[in-house]
Ligand binder design. Structure first.
Ligand code: AN7
Length: 362
């Protein structure tokens, strides 16, 4: 039986017998082969041999990858004796912090950028009993306030500036390697505050050090073009994108993300909102996998790189059929408004056979 990421990967994590494990059996998310997407993207191109996998992190207990880091962060908060935690969030961190805090009996305070978080995420933070404070500003400003508060008051920060968050999140790379029996050749993922790319890269490097894998993947991160500080090379004061999860102008783990990019020989690039929405719909319609817009930045990035011939050029010549893992960080149901706004509304008809059949047209 699956026991959650702490028990499964205990020997690679900073826990002891004294750590009270707060878990909802997160992790063990499926690595789904995307054969339809691969066929769609590669027909007529030289890349017909790509193997594309989706790491569906939306299937974690609160619907995002944040649970991997939160189980460890909250367990360590309990071990260290704090009574309250705080975070700034574009939504998913707050949902996860609220849920794990509820389970641990901790007070949870979350600062969110007013008007910029998806409905599902807000509902989670509220129902789990967090104190939710909307700030008249963006995520970066909210995180600044959180940093100040934790310097002055006995409240533990559970943003990814808390190193236990990164430690917990690195278990996703372990899972990918355990399933594939090796590291992928490429990993494609969204980048917001840059904690996740930092965590994955740390995980892969640790697995190589202990001989579980022999080669490392190239890390390909994607930011939304209106919120792409790493791509542009400077902080963005007023970031914008429909992918609210990654609407971040000054990522806390900026330097680590650049290190992951450079050490792996990968890249960090951007995709437009239009490309994100089109990838979001393509993924849902071709693979039956519903991921939130920020996660679809992975797929938009994948498409951009396939079109550029990147994978074929960059795969080392010993690799016949490069393996690519795209990280789908959050569930599509987190942001139902965006889904509804992206497709045609349902037809409205009288409840009569002929009226319904007129619309069905078979
Ligand atoms: C679905 O919840 O920053 O680069 O406060 O929710 O590790 O920040 C969320 C980030 C990608 C980016 N996909 O990850 C928050 C928050 C989804 C996300 C990211 C987030 P990082």
């Amino acid at each position: 039986m699956w026991k959650g990421v702490i028990e499964t990967y205990r020997r690679y994590l900073p826990v002891s017998d004294k750590t009270p494990v707060i878990t909802m059996l997160e992790g063990n998310t499926p690595l789904i082969e995307a054969k339809n997407l691969s066929k769609y993207l590669c027909s007529g191109r030289a890349c017909s041999a790509l193997r594309i996998f989706l790491k569906y992190e939306g299937l974690n207990p609160t619907g995002s990858f944040k649970d991997r880091g939160m189980t460890l962060a909250i367990s360590k908060v309990k071990e260290e004796g704090f009574k309250a935690v705080i975070c700034a969030s574009t939504g998913n961190t707050s949902a996860s912090a609220a849920a794990y805090s509820a389970r641990a009996g901790l007070k949870c305070i979350v600062l969110i950028p007013k008007g910029s978080i998806a409905l599902g995420k807000l509902s989670q933070a509220l129902i789990h009993g967090a104190q939710v404070i909307a700030v008249n500003g963006n995520f970066d400003q909210a995180l600044e306030v959180v940093r100040e508060i934790t310097q002055k008051y006995p409240v533990a920060v559970v943003n990814s500036i808390n190193p236990y968050r990164i430690e917990g999140q690195k278990t996703a790379s372990f899972e990918i390697c355990d399933v594939l029996g090796k590291a992928p050749d490429f990993q494609v993922m969204p980048v917001g505050n840059a904690g996740n790319i930092t965590a994955y890269w740390k995980g892969y490097k640790e697995y190589r050090k202990i001989g579980k894998i022999s080669r490392l993947p190239k890390m390909c991160g994607f930011q939304a073009s209106g919120s792409a500080p790493i791509v542009k090379g400077h902080p963005i004061k007023n970031p914008h994108t429909i992918a609210t999860a990654i609407k971040i102008g000054n990522p806390a783990s900026w330097k680590y993300a650049e290190a992951a990019r450079d050490e792996s020989g990968g890249l960090i690039d951007s995709v437009t909102d239009k490309e994100i929405i089109s990838a979001y719909k393509l993924l849902a319609s071709l693979e039956g996998v519903f991921a939130e817009p920020a996660s679809a930045a992975s797929i938009a990035g994948l498409i951009k790189l396939v079109k550029r011939g990147y994978f074929v050029r960059r795969a080392s010549c010993v690799v016949r059929r490069p393996t690519i893992v795209c990280i789908l960080t959050g569930h599509g149901l987190k942001d139902p408004d965006r889904a509804i706004a992206s497709v045609r509304s349902p037809a409205v008809v009288e409840p009569k056979l002929d009226k319904v059949m007129k619309v069905i047209k078979i």
